[in-house]
Each structure stands twice: as C-alpha cells, then as structure tokens.
Ligand binder design. Structure first.
Ligand SMILES: *[C@@H]1O[C@H](CO)[C@@H](O)[C@H](O)[C@H]1NC(C)=O
Ligand SMILES: *[C@@H]1O[C@H](CO)[C@@H](O)[C@H](O)[C@H]1NC(C)=O
Ligand SMILES: *[C@@H]1O[C@H](CO)[C@@H](O)[C@H](O)[C@H]1NC(C)=O
Ligand SMILES: *[C@@H]1O[C@H](CO)[C@@H](O)[C@H](O)[C@H]1NC(C)=O
Ligand SMILES: *[C@@H]1O[C@H](CO)[C@@H](O)[C@H](O)[C@H]1NC(C)=O
Ligand SMILES: *[C@@H]1O[C@H](CO)[C@@H](O)[C@H](O)[C@H]1NC(C)=O
Ligand SMILES: *[C@@H]1O[C@H](CO)[C@@H](O)[C@H](O)[C@H]1NC(C)=O
Ligand SMILES: *[C@@H]1O[C@H](CO)[C@@H](O)[C@H](O)[C@H]1NC(C)=O
Ligand SMILES: *[C@@H]1O[C@H](CO)[C@@H](O)[C@H](O)[C@H]1NC(C)=O
Length: 591
C-alpha cells in the first residue's frame, strides 16, 4: 500500500530580507492598510512618516512651512493628539507644506489624515518642483469632511531628482484644512517587486508537502489542470469566422473573456427600436462555453451619451427612457441568465451620467437592483477608467468610486431589508504611454480593496510608446500581486483594426505574437504552471512544492512500476492550510 500525505499550510510570510545575486537587501514591507471611512479615531502614521520630518506634529510646526500664503497652527484634540490647521488661505494650494527630496525612479507611497472645518471638500496632494515652471506630480485625492478624519492614500513615481514642495490643494479657501500623520515612504523598484513577490507567495500560492511512507524512492508528477486566478482577454466577433484568431484565443489559455461590443445595447438592438438581434453574442457565448472560457457580461447600460443606441431620440423623455431601460434589462439579463460570471451594469457611471441626468440621481442604483432581481448569479460591477491609472483624474478618483458604490449598495439595502448586493469593483486599467504611476495604482487598489468587494482589472491596456511591453508586464504583475485583485482581463486592440496600438498578435505575420503578446504568454505560462513538474522525495519520503492556487493532477511513479495510470486530483486553495491525508490504492499501480 502506498500512502501519500499532503500537508498544506498557510505560510505566513513576514520577510524583511531577500536575496539578490547573493546580496541580502533589507526591504521594508509595504503597508496595504487603507480605509474609505471617515474616522473619529484615526490610525497612527504609516512607516513612522518615512522621509517626512515631524510627521505627527508632536513638535508643533517644526520642519513645516506655509506654501505661498495663509497660516498654520498647532491644535490639540480633547484626548491630546496634536495636528495642524491651515487657515486664512487665498489660493487653492496655500497652506501646509514640507520640502522633500525625491530621487528619480523611486516609488513614493504617500498617506495623510485630513479633516476640514466645515462641509465636505476635495483635497489633493501635489509635489511641486522647484524648477519654477510650475510643474508638479499629482499624488492623489480624498474627499475630506467635517467632524472626522479621512485617509488620503496615494503616491508618485519620481520623474526627477531634487527638492519638491509637498502641498495640499483644496479649491474652497474659506475652509480650514486639518492635517495629521503625514507619511512619504520611498521604495526602490527592486523593493517594489519584492513586495509583489512576498504578496504572491502569501496570497496566490501555497506550499504543499507530500509524504510517501513506504516507497521512499517514488517520484511524484504534478500537473496543473486549472488555475485559480482568472486571467483573460477581450474578444470580438471575428472569433466566429476567423479560424486563426479562434485558435490563437484557445491556445493562449485565457480562462475568461469580455466581448468588445457584441453585448452592448447599440449592438443587440441596431438601427431601429425593437430590432433586437442576438445572433452574434449568442454564438460567441456558445463558443466560450464549449471552450471553458468564463464570460463577463459587458454591458447592460452605458452612461456615456455618445454610446447610446443610434435610434435614441435626442428629445427622449424620462418616462419613455425608463420603459426602454426596463425593456433592455428584461431582454438581455434573462437571456444569459446563469451563464455569465459578471455584468458591467451601468458602464462608466462616474465619468458620465446620461441616465442619472434623465432618470434622477438614483438611476444607477435602481438598475443594479433590477439586474440582480433578474439574475442573481453574476457579480454586478462598476467599470471605470482612470481610477487607478490617472492620479489627476477628477471624476473617477478612488474616493468617488467608493462613494458611488456605497450609494448603490445602500440604496438596495434600504429597500431590501438590509440585503447585500453582490458588487464588484471593475477598474479598466487603461494606461497612457509613459511611466505608469505604480505607487498611485497600488494605493488606489488598497483604498478600494478596503470596501471588501472583489476587484477586477477589466480592460488592461497600455498605449503605444516607449517600453510599452515592459509597462504592460509591470501593470499585469502589479495587479496579480495585489491581495484585493481577483481577476484580470486584458483589452488589446483588435488585431483586425487598422491601427494596432496594442495588438497581441500580428495578422499580417501569420498571427505571430507581438512583444506585448509575448509578455502575456510568458505571464500566463508562469501563472499556469502548466508544465509537468516531477519531484523526488528526501530520505524521509517527504516532497515539497510551492504551487499557485488551482487544481492539480498528481501521479506517483514508482521506479519499479511500468505504468501507473491512477491520477489523484487535488485542489490547492487559499484555505487549504490544514493537514490533508490522502491514500492511494496500491491496486491501481501495476508491478
Ligand atoms: C495620529 O497618530 C496617533 C498615534 O501615533 C494617533 O493617536 C492619532 O489619533 C492619529 N491622528 C490622526 C488624525 O490620524
Ligand atoms: C522641536 O523643534 C525644535 C525647532 O526645530 C528643535 O529645536 C527641537 O529639538 C525639536 N524637538 C524635538 C523633540 O524634536
Ligand atoms: C490673512 O491673510 C491676509 C493676507 O492674505 C492678511 O492680511 C491677514 O492678516 C491674515 N489674517 C490672519 C488672521 O492671519
Ligand atoms: C466653501 O465652504 C463653505 C463651508 O463649508 C461653504 O459654505 C461654501 O459654500 C463653500 N464654497 C464653495 C464655493 O463651495
Ligand atoms: C514630471 O512629470 C510632471 C507631471 O506629468 C511633468 O509636468 C514634468 O514635466 C515631468 N518632469 C520631468 C523632469 O520629466
Ligand atoms: C480645483 O478646481 C479646478 C478647476 O475646476 C479643478 O481642475 C481641480 O481639480 C480642483 N482641485 C481640487 C483639489 O478639487
Ligand atoms: C468575419 O466577420 C466579420 C464581421 O462580419 C468581418 O468583418 C470579417 O471580415 C470576417 N472575417 C473573415 C476572415 O471572414
Ligand atoms: C441577425 O444577425 C445575423 C448576424 O449578423 C444575421 O445573419 C441575421 O440575418 C440577422 N437576423 C435578422 C432577423 O435580421
Ligand atoms: C435617492 O436615494 C436616496 C437613498 O435612498 C434617497 O434619500 C433620495 O431621496 C433618492 N433621490 C431621489 C431623487 O429619489
């Protein structure tokens, strides 16, 4: 009898050093903590303030100055906590400031706690260069309120070495800005990658131990049959008639997809009202089901006025529109009931408000609730661009995202006895050319992850430019390495389009992979671990492997055995940290 024992445990990593070419580098762990809530009792300063001097204002205003105009004063709360109030400001950026030295190429994680004396205002953190050109790096924003402290979490990648002024900007100069526990922590690119590796080891992988008790020289072969982390790619209708495109899609091992346009309202109901035709999305969904590719439904409604069905009249009145929305919902949602993992319900409802403008401020909330009534299975996503990729974006900044999502959730709860909507956070992740601001990206993910809903990067794209493939690789790895991110869909340019900004394949070169395509292939093969691994036991019959979460086939090969076809199926999951005992029946192996 052959006995294999599986021991799976949750390795709790708190590494402070890593090896790099034999040199030990000490890396400060990354602090993922963040909150979207406005707190009465806020948290202590992150990283002890990093390079900020007197970050908690325990020494009054020492090391701090006034930027341009205004007054800064030390204040003390009832329980003795010191903070700074900036008042008598004239310009938006007037107020508290500290001069800091940035090093080009380093990533700076920023956080601060902010309160205002009255009302509710947007506060932005800006790093102003001394060059005189008025250049600045935008580090992020928060909506600060009266009576409680809000966390501004953001960051910058320095594109220069030199002194900059850390400033806080708010357009309403009549309010006092209160600030406490300011932190700016630099990391090198190497340290940043180390954080990723640490997190990947912690949340995406588990160490698996095998034990053979009576056949110490046996070998175990491991093969991943299904990866846990979904990584996929958008597809378009060419998949139906272009064999090469179809074959490429299957060979790429994408486990999830989104249709480019084919489920959108303007596509399924073309030219005239009532002219519904689902032939194409039906066939695409069937193709996906036959090939075990999960589908994110995209999208029920699009809030952008420029992407409505062509037959919408400009004079459409709210009553008519409400009926049309209900008809759209009862047409597309039940049609695909139970077959989609997600729905992007009201697409881009932070940048746009076509439906809110016409149907009222709760239009999105109503539509999410209705979609859930019609199909309980899909996770209902918001889906926005610029939230984590553009630190100066005003409409879709993380604080606005959290606010809108909370509105949708609470609207439903109020009307459904406190029942929770299965919401998801869709972040398109469409990066402009040039160095992405990874410090800001990670901070945005931290902030939104604190809401507790699954985050997906839904349309990952890096525009053409220098280092495009490298940046795409880094964006994908940053996403994969964030504990809040539960899946990634890449949104390349269609290989059939005239201008290939980010095509993964080149149709003119026999569908050969492009540099960005190579990045995707490499990442997937790395995550998939799809190659068979053979491992041998030590003298005690113990085997060990660190495996990405997923399903595996395990086979045991006894050197004296000619064939041993019996395969054991195991699931390596986040929670498989207990001792698993498995017995293999000896009769299944032929001597
Ligand atoms: C700042 O940190 C201290 C602990 O060091 C804490 O007592 C205080 O509440 C914090 N204040 C704010 C506004 O974050
Ligand atoms: C507080 O700041 C003053 C002025 O910069 C300095 O002389 C003093 O040493 C500081 N005290 C502490 C405890 O940091
Ligand atoms: C407020 O600022 C103005 C100039 O901007 C100055 O004249 C005035 O004295 C300041 N008031 C206080 C209370 O500091
Ligand atoms: C500025 O804030 C004050 C206090 O909340 C408010 O009364 C005022 O309307 C605000 N001004 C603007 C332009 O928003
Ligand atoms: C750094 O980036 C800022 C913001 O994009 C820009 O204004 C500035 O010109 C850049 N500076 C350098 C030295 O590239
Ligand atoms: C201040 O107003 C300008 C112009 O409307 C806007 O671009 C900027 O984002 C605002 N700043 C903040 C911090 O809200
Ligand atoms: C496939 O169908 C699409 C849409 O009808 C069309 O644009 C494309 O040319 C077709 N491709 C091939 C290879 O037939
Ligand atoms: C529906 O669309 C398909 C694919 O474009 C087309 O072949 C078919 O004729 C359409 N059906 C109707 C009734 O228009
Ligand atoms: C929107 O919903 C909120 C929360 O239920 C409610 O207080 C508000 O009155 C609604 N607005 C409208 C215009 O119905």
């Amino acid at each position: 009898m052959k006995i294999i024992s599986f021991l799976l445990w949750h390795a709790s990593f708190l590494l402070l050093a890593f090896f790099n070419n034999g040199v030990i580098i000490h890396a400060l762990p990354y602090d993922y903590s963040a909150t979207t809530e406005c707190l009465k009792e806020p948290w202590k300063v992150q990283y002890g303030g990093g390079i900020i001097q007197n970050p908690e204002f325990n020494n009054g205003t020492a090391k701090w100055t006034v930027f341009r105009q205004g007054k800064i004063q030390e204040r003390i709360t009832r329980n003795g906590n010191k903070f700074i109030a900036a008042s008598n400001r004239t310009h938006p950026s007037d107020g508290l400031s500290q001069r800091v030295f940035l090093v080009k190429g380093k990533l700076y994680a920023f956080s601060a706690w902010i309160q205002i004396s009255q009302g509710s205002e947007i506060i932005a953190v800006k790093f102003r260069s001394q060059s005189g050109g008025g250049d600045y790096l935008h580090g992020g924003t928060v909506i600060a309120e009266q009576g409680c402290w809000s966390m501004l979490k953001g960051g910058v990648v320095a594109n220069l070495s030199g002194l900059v002024d850390l400033t806080f900007e708010t357009n309403n100069t009549s309010v006092e800005v209160w600030i406490d526990n300011v932190s700016l922590q630099p990391f090198t690119a190497k340290e940043w990658r180390f954080h990723q590796e640490t997190t990947i080891a912690k949340v995406r992988k588990r160490k698996v131990k095998f034990q053979v008790t009576n056949k110490l020289d046996a070998k175990i072969t491991l093969k991943q049959t299904q990866a846990d982390f979904p990584i996929g790619c958008e597809m378009n209708l060419n998949v139906l008639n272009n064999t090469k495109y179809r074959d490429w899609f299957i060979a790429s091992k994408f486990s999830v997809t989104t249709f480019a346009n084919e489920m959108k309202w303007y596509f399924t109901e073309k030219k005239t009202q009532g002219n519904e035709n689902y032939t194409i999305p039906d066939a695409m969904l069937q193709f996906c089901e036959q090939n075990n590719i999960a589908v994110r439904g995209h999208n029920i409604i699009w809030d952008d006025p420029n992407h409505q069905p062509t037959w919408f009249s400009s004079k459409i009145n709210p009553e008519e529109l409400r009926k049309l929305v209900e008809k759209r919902l009862t047409s597309v949602v039940p049609r695909y009931k139970g077959r989609l993992i997600h729905w992007d319900v009201v697409n881009e409802n932070l940048h746009f408000s076509f439906y809110e403008d016409k149907l009222g401020e709760n239009a999105s909330a109503e539509i999410y609730g209705r979609a859930h009534e019609l199909d309980e299975k899909p996770i209902l996503f918001m889906n926005e661009y610029s939230t984590i990729e553009v630190s100066k974006d005003v409409a879709a900044k993380p604080a606005n995202y959290a606010r809108k999502l909370n509105n949708i959730v609470s609207y439903y709860m109020e009307r459904n006895g406190g029942k929770m909507l299965p919401m998801g956070i869709g972040l398109q992740s469409r990066f402009a050319p040039g160095q992405p601001n990874f410090a800001y990206m990670r901070a945005g993910l931290d902030y939104l992850a604190s809401l507790g809903f699954p985050i997906w990067l839904t349309e990952v794209f890096v525009d053409a430019g220098e280092n495009q493939a490298k940046y795409l690789d880094e964006v994908l790895r940053e996403g994969y390495a964030h504990p809040g991110v539960k899946g990634i869909v890449i949104w390349p340019t269609s290989p059939f389009s005239k201008e290939c900004k980010m095509c993964l394949i080149d149709v003119n070169q026999n569908f050969k992979s492009t540099p960005t395509g190579d990045v995707v292939n490499k990442l997937i093969s790395e995550l998939r671990n799809s190659k068979e691994m053979e491992i041998s036991a030590d003298e005690q019959g113990l085997f060990e492997a660190v495996l990405p979460l997923g399903d595996y086939e395990v086979s045991l090969r006894n050197p004296e055995t000619i064939s041993c076809n019996n395969k054991l199926k195991i699931k390596v999951t986040e929670n498989s940290d207990n001792f698993v005992h498995v017995k293999l029946d000896h009769t299944s192996c032929v001597k």
